[in-house]
Design a protein around this ligand. Structure first.
Ligand code: HEC
Ligand code: HEC
Ligand code: HEC
Length: 192
């Protein structure tokens, strides 16, 4: 045993392994904490006032649930998996923090000016990743809707490979008009 420990590379790898595990556990804790609604919705003024406490959001079907399933901010916004989530916290989180520190979002007109752009970015991201977060709860093949219009639109969606966000934008937050580049990418005529 002692002889083994004298070999520097064994010690180094053991320390490396321990550090690695510690970092993983730390990242997991950090991830768990920073993906709670308590963190997302109260860590800065804009998210609290304009997103979490805003009436459209509070009244949306995703929040006033009849099934007891209530998606939070991170369910729709933070990618799944520890590595992807940590990356998103690091990059998106730093950018959001910078935005919050360098702008006085207590002034609603400043936030409003920024909001459209943010909404467009979120939509583009969901288009690009095929609405992956939506699909973590909704499996399109098994949606059994009674509504004829939804049935027809969902058939069309599967045939034409239109992803969820292509039709279901303005889902939970106050309305933001889609920009032309988004509609062009979705291609089909949406009849909401
Ligand atoms: C059920 C899914 C869902 C939940 C839950 C959700 N969002 Fe969103 N969010 C979206 C979608 C979709 C968009 C893209 C804009 C749109 O079409 O409404 C968006 C856009 C945004 C934007 C861009 C600005 C805007 O107004 O569109 C911000 C910021 C945001 N969300 C923050 C939050 C925060 C904070 C929470 C929790 C309090 C949250 N979201 C909960 C789906 C969700
Ligand atoms: C954490 C799970 C979860 C996620 C993530 C989620 N949803 Fe939902 N969604 C639900 C549940 C549960 C309901 C039904 C609410 C009820 O009646 O209890 C629902 C309802 C809906 C409805 C019907 C109600 C309505 O507002 O018209 C649509 C459309 C919908 N979701 C689309 C989406 C899209 C698009 C996304 C991604 C941006 C998404 N959902 C993300 C769980 C989720
Ligand atoms: C081509 C447009 C289109 C696409 C793409 C689309 N939907 Fe829908 N969806 C609709 C329409 C239209 C309705 C009916 C809405 C209404 O009548 O209020 C609907 C209804 C729903 C409902 C509610 C069903 C009910 O009967 O209450 C859910 C849930 C839903 N969509 C989820 C999704 C998910 C998840 C995706 C992606 C896998 C998706 N949709 C893709 C157009 C679309």
């Amino acid at each position: 045993m002692w002889r083994l420990l004298k070999r520097p590379y064994i010690i180094t790898s053991a320390i490396g392994l321990l550090l690695g595990v510690a970092l993983m556990l730390g990242a997991e804790q950090l991830d768990r904490f920073t993906t709670t609604d308590a963190f997302c919705a109260s860590s800065c003024h804009s998210m609290q006032t304009y997103m979490a406490n805003e009436p459209t959001y509070k009244k949306s079907i995703h929040r006033t649930t009849s099934s007891g399933v209530q998606p939070g901010c991170a369910d729709c916004h933070v990618p799944k998996g520890l590595i992807a989530a940590s990356w998103s916290h690091l990059i998106d989180g730093s950018r959001d923090l910078y935005g919050e520190l360098t702008n006085d979002y207590k002034k609603p007109e400043l936030w409003q000016a920024r909001r459209d752009e943010l909404a467009w970015q979120v939509r583009d991201k969901m288009l690009a990743d095929d609405s992956r977060n939506c699909r973590s709860c909704h499996k399109d093949k098994i949606i059994k809707t009674q509504r004829l219009r939804a049935q027809r639109q969902h058939e069309l969606a599967q045939r034409e490979k239109v992803t969820c966000i292509g039709c279901h934008f303005n889902l939970v937050h106050a309305e933001v008009k889609p920009r032309k580049s988004f509609l062009d990418k979705v291609r089909i005529d949406i009849q909401p």
